[in-house]
Structures are given as structure tokens and as C-alpha cells.
Ligand binder design. Structure first.
Ligand SMILES: Nc1ncnc2c1ncn2[C@@H]1O[C@H](COP(=O)(O)OP(=O)(O)OP(=O)(O)O)[C@@H](O)[C@H]1O
Length: 308
């Protein structure tokens, strides 16, 4: 699978502040990589470094196999990005903006403007100027400009901030369609972790400029899958009872706790069977983590605060 991006030991210092610390991220074609981190963790700095708005203090960034010089700038033409807020010309309509940006970006496909407008759903905004667009329309405009040159790699910094729930779903559908139909690679940062979860195939958690955890969606699902937590006085006796009622997928965590990963037996049945067999049961609850809880637990464990 083609390597689209390799960030290798990248560090960035702003004055005395270390903002990025030996960051490593590799993306292959078709990946959707979600970058997660608290305010100020360094997400935007990573994204800006890729498109050369910022020069790292140390390390290398390789884009489509190219690390340096004019060739790198050439490869940047294969990327589209929205970093910080979407930028377009206030006094122009959606169509006029796309015509303007297609000239700037040297887009030669004569259908690109209309195709892109239609794709993002801005083909019916008529004479309305960008300055009068709603936030959702502005975000779509940003996406349209980023997509004009049919990029292979899309870099999105908080693209769904401030969107209403319907616009968020529409935005997600657009990105998934690009990924499925064109194998577009996407690097996206977001604070809306439930949404990021539905989009990304892999997550990188950034804390104080360091990637503290990388996890695929599959690994996350395995680690965070739902289970039944039991607290009992006698785990040996309890496991015998569990086996008798057909429950074999469980793990004894310690001398009073058992996790059951088999969810087809009702809690009431487990509870009554344990009690009937003289096991003292103090807790029986369903547990499982979503991405936000996982992130918070990880960062809390490092002495951070809960501020996604
Ligand atoms: N040009 C700059 N000069 C000095 N410090 C900067 C500059 N750009 C960013 N920083 C600092 O780098 C740190 C990381 O900023 P960055 O914008 O990358 O964070 P972020 O993870 O994107 O945060 P947020 O989620 O709030 O957007 C912050 O402390 C910020 O103040």
C-alpha cells in the first residue's frame, strides 16, 4: 500500500516552548487518521508542518515519498487542506470562489467547479456571497476549495466545529464517500470524538506534543468492548456457577472482580444464579468505553485534565 505521509521524529520549538516532541505518524493510502488532543496539544502545528506553513525544528516529513525541496512543494499539489477556519473571498459567491481558486491552483478540468459545487451541496446557493454563508456553508466551501484539484490526501483541522447535527452527518458522508470511491487518505483533527470515531480507521492521541497512543479502530473496539462487571466475595465459586449457566467467556481480574464478555445471558439470570449458590454479589453492571472516555482515562492517567 502506497505510503502517503511519514512524519519521522518531528519536533517543534516556539521560543522556549516545546510544542512537538519526536512525533511519528505514518499514513497509507486510504487511511482515515483521527488526531486527538486537548487544546494546545500541538495538532494544528503538526498539520501546518505538513503543508509547510511551519518549519519543524527537527525531524523529517515525507509526502508521497518526497522529503525536501521543490519536489515536496510539487507533491503538496496532491493535497487539499482546511486548517483553522475555512478561507474564501467574502464578496464572491460559491461558484465565483471556486472559479477564482481554480485559477490560483491551476485547475484545468473545466467541469471541476460545477462538479465540486454539486458534490458538497453548494450548487443552489445562487447569488449569496461567502460573507453571508452560515457556518456549515462556510465549512462546505472550505471543503470544496480543498477538493478542487482532486487531491489524493486531505488534511482537515477541526472541520466540523460548530456544525449542527445534520450538517455533521452530511460532512461525514462526504468524507466517507471520497474515501470509499477515490481511496482518498484523510488526516483529521477534531474535538468531537463520537464523530471522529465514526469516521477514522486509526487514532493518534497527542498529549503535550507527544503521540502517547496510536490505536486502530479495531483495536479500540476490542479493548473497549462491552462487558459485565461482577464484584463477588468468592470468584472461584462464582466462576463454577457461571459455567453451569453456560457462560464461558469471562476473566477473573482479581480476588473480587470478574469481567464477563459474553452478553447473551441476562444480568438477572447471572445475579439470581450466583445468589442461589451462596455467592455474595455486590456489583453487577454493564461497562464499556467510548472514545471520549478512553481518551480521558488515558490523559487523566498521565496527570492531565479532562479538557478535550
Ligand atoms: N506561531 C506560534 N508562535 C508561538 N507559539 C505557537 C505558535 N503556534 C502555536 N503555538 C503554540 O503551540 C502550542 C500548540 O498549538 P496548536 O495550535 O498546535 O494546538 P492544537 O492542538 O491545535 O490546539 P487546539 O485544539 O486548541 O486547536 C500552543 O501552546 C500554542 O500557543
Amino acid at each position: 500500500m502506497e505510503e502517503v505521509l511519514k512524519i519521522d521524529q518531528v519536533a517543534k520549538q516556539f521560543g522556549r516552548q516545546t510544542v512537538l516532541n519526536d512525533v511519528n505518524i505514518t499514513l497509507h493510502r486510504g487511511d482515515i487518521y483521527g488526531l486527538i488532543g486537548r487544546n494546545g496539544a500541538g495538532k494544528t502545528t503538526i498539520l501546518k508542518s505538513i503543508i509547510k506553513l511551519i518549519q519543524p525544528t527537527k525531524g523529517t516529513i515525507t509526502l508521497f515519498g518526497v522529503t525536501k525541496g521543490s519536489n515536496y512543494i510539487h507533491q503538496l499539489r496532491r493535497t487539499g487542506s482546511i486548517i483553522e477556519s475555512p478561507v474564501a473571498v467574502d464578496q464572491l459567491t460559491a461558484r465565483q470562489n471556486l472559479i477564482y481558486y481554480s485559477k490560483i491552483h491551476g485547475v484545468v478540468d473545466s467541469n471541476a467547479v460545477d462538479d465540486t459545487l454539486k458534490f458538497v451541496g453548494l450548487d443552489t446557493t445562487g447569488k449569496k456571497k461567502f460573507k453571508d454563508f452560515s457556518l456549515g456553508m462556510k465549512q462546505k466551501m472550505g471543503l470544496a476549495i480543498a477538493l478542487l484539484n482532486k487531491p489524493d490526501f486531505l488534511i482537515l483541522d477541526e472541520p466540523i466545529n460548530g456544525l449542527d447535527p445534520i450538517a455533521i452527518v452530511e460532512f461525514r458522508e462526504l468524507l466517507l464517500k471520497l474515501n470509499r470511491t477515490q481511496q482518498m487518505t484523510i488526516l483529521i483533527s477534531s474535538h468531537i470524538l463520537d464523530e471522529l470515531y465514526q469516521l477514522a480507521t486509526r487514532f493518534g492521541i497527542l498529549n503535550n506534543g507527544t503521540i502517547v497512543k496510536e490505536i486502530t479502530k479495531q483495536e479500540f473496539e476490542e479493548q473497549s468492548r462491552e462487558f459485565i462487571k461482577l464484584e463477588v466475595d468468592n470468584p472461584d465459586l462464582a466462576t463454577n456457577v457461571l459455567r453451569k449457566i453456560g457462560c464461558s467467556n469471562f476473566k477473573v481480574i482479581n480476588d473480587h472482580r470478574i469481567n464477563i464478555y459474553q452478553l447473551d445471558i441476562a444480568n438477572a439470570k447471572i445475579a439470581s444464579s450466583l445468589i442461589e449458590n451462596q455467592v455474595q454479589l455486590s456489583t453487577i453492571t454493564r461497562e464499556g468505553l467510548n472514545l471520549e472516555q478512553y481518551f480521558k482515562q488515558l490523559i487523566d492517567g498521565m496527570g492531565g485534565e479532562q479538557d478535550v
